[in-house]
Write a protein of this length. Structure first.
Length: 694
């Protein structure tokens, strides 16, 4: 019967949408400026650039909390503290984001299990993961191509700066079964009238899984400082980030029947494919970003009274005149960005006879008794940009033409075993944003590479924005031609060795999005030629087929008095499902009751979260190459995962209790997180999420 659940899932969502009139939904006035800010959870992953348009006064985030939900649940205790991205949000404009103090989201601590996310992993937090919502490799210069750990790795796009008048501190701690521990710390403080600011972030995910040799230890650290002159003509940021992941790999369970027939309730005695394998991942780097306005700012006379009164004998004269100043010619801004990044990957396994290696060729090495593989990469990026940015630029009232143009240089060193490769690349970058009217805006940007491996790689992006009252319509087109990630071209270990000369991957993306107060709908059509993937033999392969991928996402929030529903539904269709494996339908629904008690001193929300995806032959994880590959032996999916929770807010402290997968004992033992990797059984979680603004 559960195989029909996804149909009921869709029907239920549509019934909720159609049955409840707008007038019945909570509509409260908000002091939040919808055009300039949006509320975002500080644990959100960096979304696909096609999904988020953060450009010039457009509230356009598919994953942000709806404004009516903010009005309903958010005490206005964070209006003086915002965060903004170190990287460019848009052309010449920076978007401020409210710190999320909602009780509604306090228990969403797992980056891969948020409402708009859909991942498969190895069954425990911090493990390797693959997005069920298909996308191609990101376009960002030379890449090793190992993406199985991206959800927990911080990089420059994840660096957040804080605009705060008072010290800001965030403490998140979660304790769960099987020694699951999550710790997330953040602190920011400004000095010298906000000329100098410092920030610090630390993140820990540690989980001892239910099965043999299953353990994740993930740590991330970020520290930085920001400086700007008193007149804001010059500003600089320096940031350092460091990630370390130690992952004990068990290769999945050896006999699926041990789990499916529930032969052993003690999961530790179930045999696994690997017993001594380990992956070590280190990614660290430093960022320095600075900009300088070529013209001086206009004098600030805001503190001078609007009227000057001259008292004379018998009468008085009132003047409405500010001091005179020479007009300033705005000459634009020059910016410089530098990033040094170091990546290290090490895989070890003292047992070369594991069944997970069956059928894989063996290549002799100096020490044939141990599987030992190391990959290293160092990358230096320098970028210089000129833009027509000005001191007076206002995200709520953008000027007609906004543009930038610049140059980027990348130098990369790649090493594996004793082999070294060196790459030099240069890129021309530029873009423009045109605000035609308050209803219509256009954007276009381009990157073009020349040099060694990435020669003639390019990306062209174009978007149109149309706003009508509270409705926003976004259309986009993207054209990409890029070399495959390096892991597909050259690789050498005692078990996996190949040298290829694949052609460029060509991608065209057409997208559209509709957004209004309580509904967000997104559609994307992607055409791919020369796609590269790992086949069933765990070897890279390039197909000569043109592949079409369709993705539709619907997100809706309904509030009726004290009751609420959050609903996210994804539909995907692929023209060649033998090459790209995705579930046809994925979805999450959150049903909750929310109220205040004891003269609003206690903020309480209780609810249930349901998640589901249709059955499909999901890609399988190979620890030795840290990647997922095609498999045709096992289907997973078509089961319902249910979590119950209670969120409590007392002052600035948010507490939550969760009972995840509480229906595990009520269902068949077929709930796999990915092929060969069962999900964890039912487990209690307790957490505190505390934000301080002093």
């Amino acid at each position: 019967m559960i195989k029909y659940f996804w149909k009921l899932f869709i029907l239920f969502g549509l019934m909720l949408y159609l049955a409840i009139p707008t007038s019945a939904q909570v509509q409260l006035d908000s002091v939040i400026n919808e055009d300039a800010f949006y509320v975002a959870d500080s644990l959100d992953l960096s979304p696909d650039s096609l999904m988020v348009d953060s450009l010039c006064c457009l509230h356009d985030s598919i994953h942000s909390h709806p404004l009516e939900l903010v009005d309903y649940l958010l005490p206005k205790d964070s209006l003086d503290t915002y965060w903004f991205s170190l990287m460019a949000d848009s052309i010449n404009y920076t978007r401020l984001n409210y710190i999320d103090t909602l009780n509604h989201s306090s228990g969403q601590y797992n980056p891969t299990r948020k409402m708009d996310k859909a991942y498969i992993d190895l069954g425990l937090i911090g493990s390797a993961q693959k997005n069920q919502l298909f996308s191609t490799s990101p376009f960002k210069g030379f890449q090793v191509g190992i993406h199985a750990f991206d959800a927990y790795l911080w990089n420059p796009t994840d660096i957040r700066l804080f605009d705060t008048r008072t010290p800001y501190t965030r403490i998140l701690y979660v304790m769960g079964a099987k020694k699951e521990n999550v710790l997330d710390l953040a602190h920011a403080q400004s000095f010298l009238d906000d000329q100098l600011a410092a920030s610090f972030k630390f993140q820990l995910f540690n989980h001892l899984g239910s099965y043999n040799h299953q353990h994740t230890d993930v740590k991330s650290f970020q520290i930085g400082m920001r400086y700007r002159t008193k007149n804001k003509r010059y500003a600089a940021n320096v940031q350092y980030y460091h990630n370390k992941q130690i992952l004990l790999e068990n290769g999945g369970i050896r006999n699926l029947s041990d789990f499916e027939e529930n032969k052993e309730t003690n999961r530790q005695v179930i045999k696994t494919n690997l017993e001594e394998a380990e992956n070590l991942v280190r990614v660290s780097g430093a960022v320095f970003k600075q900009h300088f306005y070529l013209s001086k700012p206009e004098p600030d006379f805001s503190k001078i009274p609007d009227t000057n009164r001259i008292e004379m004998e018998g009468y008085s004269v009132t003047h409405f005149k500010k001091p005179y100043f020479d007009p300033v010619s705005h000459l634009g801004r020059i910016s410089h960005y530098f990033n040094y990044e170091r990546q290290n990957f090490r895989y070890t396994d003292a047992d070369q006879d594991s069944p997970i290696y069956n059928g894989i060729p063996y290549y002799s090495t100096p020490d044939s008794s141990v599987f030992f593989d190391t990959i290293g990469m160092r990358k230096y990026v320098n970028e210089f940009i000129y833009s027509n940015s000005d001191f007076k630029d206002d995200i709520n009232n953008p000027k007609f033409l906004n543009y930038f143009a610049g140059f980027r240089h990348e130098y990369a060193e790649y090493s594996q075993d004793s082999a070294m490769h060196f790459f030099n690349h240069s890129a021309i970058i530029g873009g423009a944003f045109v605000s035609l009217t308050k209803y219509l805006s256009l954007l276009s940007d381009v990157e073009y590479y020349v040099g060694d491996y990435l020669n003639n790689d390019f990306k062209w992006n174009a978007k149109v924005f149309f706003r009508l009252k509270k409705n926003l319509i976004t259309g986009g087109f993207q054209l990409i031609s890029q070399e495959p990630d390096w892991i597909f071209q050259d690789y050498s270990t005692s078990r996996f060795t190949w040298q290829n000369n694949f052609e460029k991957v060509n991608i065209q993306v057409l997208s559209g999005k509709f957004e209004r107060k309580n509904l967000k709908a997104y559609m994307q059509l992607r055409n791919i030629s020369q796609y590269v993937y790992f086949n069933e033999a765990i070897l890279p392969e390039q197909t000569n087929q043109n592949i079409q991928h369709v993705w539709v996402q619907l997100e809706k929030t309904i509030l009726l008095k004290h009751w609420g529903t959050d609903f996210v539904l994804n539909y995907q269709n692929v023209s060649h499902p033998d090459i790209i494996r995705v579930p046809e339908v994925t979805g999450r629904i959150k049903l909750y009751y929310h109220n205040f008690f004891f003269e609003n001193a206690l903020d309480l929300e209780i609810g249930v979260e349901l998640s589901y995806f249709t059955k499909y032959k999901a890609d399988k994880y190979m620890p030795a190459i840290r990647s997922f590959h095609i498999q045709n032996e096992q289907e997973i999916g078509e089961f319902l995962i249910a979590d119950v929770y209670a969120n409590i807010k007392l002052g600035s402290a948010r507490l939550f209790v969760r009972y995840d997968h509480f229906n595990a004992s009520l269902m068949e033992y077929n709930y796999y997180a990915s092929p060969d990797y069962p999900m964890q059984d039912a487990a209690f979680k307790f957490g505190v999420n505390w934000i301080l603004f002093n």
